[in-house]
Design a protein around this ligand. Sequence first.
Ligand code: AMP
Ligand code: ZN
Length: 487
Amino acid sequence: MPVKLYDTLSRSMRALAPSAPGKEFGMYCCGPTVYGPAHIGNFRTFLLQDVLRRTLEEDGLRVRHVRNITDVDDKTIRRSQEEGKTLAEFTAVWTKKFHDDCAALNMLPPHAEPAAVAHIPLQIAMIEKLVARGNAYVAPDGSVYFKVSSDPDYGKLSHLDRDALRTQATNSAGEVNAADEYARENVADFALWKARKPEDGPNFWNSPWGEGRPGWHIECSAMSTHYLGETFDLHGGGVDLCFPHHENEIAQAECACGRHGTFARHWFHSAHLMVDGAKMSKSLGNLYTLADLEAKGFSPMAVRCALISGHYRSQLNFTLKSLEDARAALEKLEKGARKLAEKAGVPAEKFFADDAVPAEAESASRAAFEPAWLALCDDLNIPGALGKIFSALSDLGKTELTKSDAETQLRALAKMLRALGLKLFSEKKSSDAGNDAVPAEIAEIGEKRWSAKLAKNWSEADRLRDELAARGWKSLDRKDGFTLVRL
Ligand code: AMP
Ligand code: ZN
């Protein structure tokens, strides 16, 4: 069952497959600019890419996922200087923070994570090709610009009006745009190499055109093709990157190799996370970080669940209520999973603790979770898939099941949850880790007590509480879980 996904370039739904059967599926995603903590808008995009990768892997594809780190641009340079740090010291702090947040959100690490500063020669080599082919020119100050009018395909991704573009290019002949980010109205020749300026401080590199640093767009063209080849299978990013960043990436990569239509085969853009009608962004200051939400008592898993819950092609309005809903949804999933695990005669926590439980494809396809899987394969319909999971759990809760049937269904549920990256019962484990090491038999009593409490079996819950106390432990209960601590 191939996964189908909307492609921005062809404006159509297309089945995802590697260029040849059995080949790795190469996927490149634009990564963070490391000048501060990533906000949850950034994470919406990264999480949707994570779910796409997981879904493809569950579908049997071998995915090679590459995501870059932008560690040199106007913002990283300015901020590092404000803090009196070297660029490397400064970006290392935010790169580490980004990795910690990714791990907390249960995101799979990419197979390669190239940083721009470590790949300057690669970028210079691509710019040299563009100059040699007549697609770029050197300005008097030693900066190098891409000549938009030299590329007949320019504008194909963002579907810019060719005539308007031509008029604009003619009117703006000789004008250049040195900014990394700009609007469609400001289409002009853009910077590939920026000549050294006093405000760059010690951040400059030698090049055939003198000292300077790369423009932002060239790093992704150079590193994606270096790590995945001239043509690769999918390129992703937030919808704001479509123009100019991705448009420029295509122009640079395809003109450098001299062939059009060679770069990414599929373009995956995710819509923005919004706050009160505006895009969540660092510049607007309307952002939340993962740490902000944890400080309000939400677990990273609830944040993950909230951020993936909307369809990737629609904007998602962020509210604290949506986090409460996500927390309730996770609780409901845990309850349903626990019931199913009981029918299968397996301990739910242990079963779901292991992310790598092998899914039996055959039994999964016969299971009640098939509609959820089909929703996911149909343009990554995560809200649809979640809805189908809940209805399957509700139906199964009302059905008599043999032990082996229940186990089959449990495996199918695990496959769905792996694809979504939702780890059940994880919050207790992470909070336990920060407390006393809990012996297995104590953890088991704690789990049984929690199940009894959820089932409103108060006498059994009290009995197990006393048993815990007799062994020197007590349970600190929250709305959505518990932590075991020594008395
Ligand atoms: P940046 O660190 O600004 O380069 O952005 C990293 C990723 O986050 C890019 O793919 C952006 O398109 C994406 N992004 C930025 N803001 C948002 C937002 N509010 N909602 C969703 N994705 C976003
Ligand atoms: Zn990029």
